[in-house]
Ligand binder design. Structure first.
Ligand SMILES: N[C@@H](CCC(=O)N[C@@H](CS)C(=O)NCC(=O)O)C(=O)O
Length: 205
């Protein structure tokens, strides 16, 4: 059984999506990030960085308990543990890895920076939020281009789609107002129709 430490953010949903899509049984531990629960002494024993998501698999590699953090690492772990979402063809596999990295470093990294600028940073310099919004929209345009003529980022569904989808949902309003994104919107509708995605985006219900 996997213990999953979660908060209702894109990174949290990436982990629940991975568990649901891979069919891995898990116990959900909801942390209230606003109350600082990810910095409690008990949780810091799980992830000393004080962030969600994290998993503790009591049947990890070699049958031993294993703790893992970072949403992309959790997606890869779930995929490899179950033999799903990592395409077998070496070319398709590395296309999936490329778009997993794009969703992680470009999309999630910029979305996280934008969240900090809008909500946390004490210096409210005008133009900073718009700068990161434009940058984020451009990264989503790269995804939209990749999805032209493809059902999923690597052609077949993969770890890359699991990483990108919660980021898309979190920034849907921004993308709707920017306009365009026909391929990305069609892909998102396909993802949203998957029962495991629906469970992953609404965990514990
Ligand atoms: N790169 C990490 C980012 C994790 C992260 O930023 N977690 C946030 C919520 S989305 C968090 O736990 N923040 C609590 C804090 O910083 O106090 C991942 O992909 O898992």
């Amino acid at each position: 059984m996997i213990d999953l430490y979660f908060g209702p953010t894109a990174n949290g949903y990436r982990a629940t999506l991975a568990m649901e899509e891979c069919g891995l049984p898990y116990r959900l531990h909801k942390l209230d990030l606003a109350k600082g629960e990810s910095h409690s002494p008990e949780y810091l024993k799980v992830n000393p960085a004080g962030m969600i998501p994290a998993i503790v698999d009591d049947d990890g590699p070699g049958g031993k308990p294993f703790t893992l953090t970072q949403s992309a690492a959790i997606i890869l772990y779930a995929a490899e543990k179950t033999g799903r979402f990592m395409p077998m063809d070496p070319v398709i596999r590395y296309v999936a890895v490329q778009w997993l990295m794009q969703a992680t470093s470009d999309v999630a990294g910029t979305s996280g920076a934008l969240f900090r600028i809008d909500n946390s940073i004490p210096d409210k310099t005008p133009g900073n939020s718009e700068y990161f919004q434009k940058r984020l929209v451009n990264f989503f345009r790269d995804c939209d281009r990749q999805l032209e003529g493809r059902e999923f980022l690597a052609g077949e569904i993969s770890v890359a789609d699991l990483m990108l989808y919660p980021g898309f949902v979190a920034r849907k309003a921004l993308l709707d107002s920017a306009g365009g994104f026909a391929n990305l919107q069609r892909w998102a509708a396909t993802m949203a129709a998957r029962p495991a995605v629906q469970r992953g985006m609404n965990p514990g219900n």
